[in-house]
Design a protein around this ligand. Sequence first.
Ligand SMILES: Cc1cc2nc3c(=O)[nH]c(=O)nc-3n(C[C@H](O)[C@H](O)[C@H](O)COP(=O)(O)OP(=O)(O)OC[C@H]3O[C@@H](n4cnc5c(N)ncnc54)[C@H](O)[C@@H]3O)c2cc1C
Length: 458
Amino acid sequence: MSVLSLDTQPPSRVDIHALRTRLDGCLVVPGDPRWDEARRAWNLAVDQRPFAVALVESAEDVVAVVDFARVHGLRIAPQGTGHGASAITSLEDTILVKTERMRGVEIDPVARRARVEAGAIWADVVGPAAEQGFVVLHGSSPDVGVVGYSLGGGMGWLARSRGLSANSVTAVELVTADGRLVRADRDNEPDLFWAVRGGGGNFGVVTAVELVLYDAPELYAGALFFPVDRAAEVLHAWREWVETVPDEVTSVGRVMHFPPLPMVPDPMRGSSFAIVEAVFTGPESEGEELLRPLRDIGPAMDTFAAVSPSALQDLHMDPPMPVPGAGDGMFLDALPAEAVDAMVATSGPPLLSFEIRQLGGKLAEPSATNGAVGSIDAEFVMFAVGITPTPEAAAAVDQAVDKAKAALAQWELARTYFNFAERPVAAERLYPTETYRRLRRIRHAYDPGRIFVANHPI
Ligand SMILES: Cc1cc2nc3c(=O)[nH]c(=O)nc-3n(C[C@H](O)[C@H](O)[C@H](O)COP(=O)(O)OP(=O)(O)OC[C@H]3O[C@@H](n4cnc5c(N)ncnc54)[C@H](O)[C@@H]3O)c2cc1C
């Protein structure tokens, strides 16, 4: 449905030209030779067809584009990488504001803060932070956007010991619907500051965030690979093991079917495994002790070692480049033995990966300083995904994801995880009821005209 109303005029060519002259970056419209490249998302299965794509280079560019959209009755969809693009239902009459050219990162070792521009990916932050002796709360993939990830929660390898990335954001710079560039933090615009930390891209275009830098701990991390026909035995052992480990361990139990593609290294290429991946924030000797019960069952490959913070980026073996894919996830309130059996029974191809992550620890601790994402009372989160190069593959993967979710449905929580909801989902399901009501009030206060198009609209 069009958002153009009677009191706004669609932009003419002259208007578009005038906007272009105001931008440091550029505005790409259909018919432009760069159109297909400009509208592409990281998830290549998503066919984005906005009104125009603004490749912004500064906060001033964002202000100009937001003002333009408001005057002409258009909407604004902020996007960093497009990892989360699949849940956006329509970009009609919408300017896709891509921040990929804004990748500046400043590390302040004294204040123990990183200021990260909106287009930065985690790989831009992890190395510079590590060089100064710090870690950040990135997730499994180095090329996920810091902002999109953190606005939706952000669960990574230090999740059980240090919590969600959203709750480690100390300030957000963003352009609101009325074209103001504001800094939201504990003291300024506190409602907005609370809302964006879990409420996603519903409140404005973020131009930069400030994050806590944590002292780099010792890290003992890696993966145990087992032949896939041992999946039941391995995942039952992992399930029992996670009940015994301290919050300093964050781990994943998964089944993976590596595609026979050249980008997949030997000996994974074309093979299937049951895998346990884990990170322990502590000394190697203690890590070895903790891991012993799983090592004792005899993995075919074992990559555990004392590692540097940068090594965590590759542990999950996410695709290193844009791919077409479809997946979905859900929170689980328990993982009894029957749930592991149900997972194993539905984990075959065409799924690429069916994983379960242990939650708890710091994730479950409520705090008055948390953002809207709050704390997570689920015990586990699952995610199933496949590669979808063709419509037939997409249909088969969708069906497999449905089956995987159905198999675990009896342990599913009503709340679902913002960042793993790759299908459109009612936003009420992303939060406790009171949180959702407050988010709606704040959205109405800051964006009464509903200019902003987020992947999960509030
Ligand atoms: C391979 C892969 C691995 C992943 N691993 C993890 C993981 O370990 N842990 C985890 O928690 N999640 C993970 N995710 C999910 C990921 O965090 C979400 O998809 C997240 O939304 C990606 O952010 P992005 O900026 O890269 O993507 P985008 O698609 O660019 O952004 C997603 C949404 O964030 C909002 N947004 C982005 N930029 C801005 C901005 N500048 N201003 C306002 N709003 C903005 C928009 O609403 C946008 O639709 C993974 C996803 C993939 C595909």
